[in-house]
Design a protein around this ligand. Sequence first.
Ligand SMILES: [Zn+2]
Length: 157
Amino acid sequence: MTVTVTGTPAGQGNLSAGRHGKLYHSNSAELKTWRTLIQVAAVRVSGYHPLTLFGARKTCMRCGKRAAEHGLFSGPVALDAVVALARPPSVTRPYPTSRHHSDWDHHARALGDALTGVLYADDSQIVDGHVRQVYVDGPGCPLPRPGARITVSEMPR
Ligand SMILES: [Zn+2]
């Protein structure tokens, strides 16, 4: 199952300390938008709907499935992704190695979370992960625009 998303990739885990020392995602608006775009693309390609909870209930309002079982794949999966970033105008280096970008593992976390409830019930089902980040006009980028291409496949049994 391959999900192709166009948008501005945002990493998850760039935490900042707010007032009273509470931690929050320093890019929360971008991250929310990015995760929504991924989920919409995953729904479109898989035909599976997102988990829709109501109040304290732990079952989906739409299909009655338990949250713990809500997703296309029920067993262990592999996730393989390319994250394509826009190149800032002044940057000439071939790969996004600057600190201005999220780290690859933060991208992995955002992708893993965004697909939860659609392609699998919990991102703990991902036992094999590979995330590569590239510039959209740089070496090895398969995408014409910034975004991501994510392939999730069942592990052999
Ligand atoms: Zn459902």
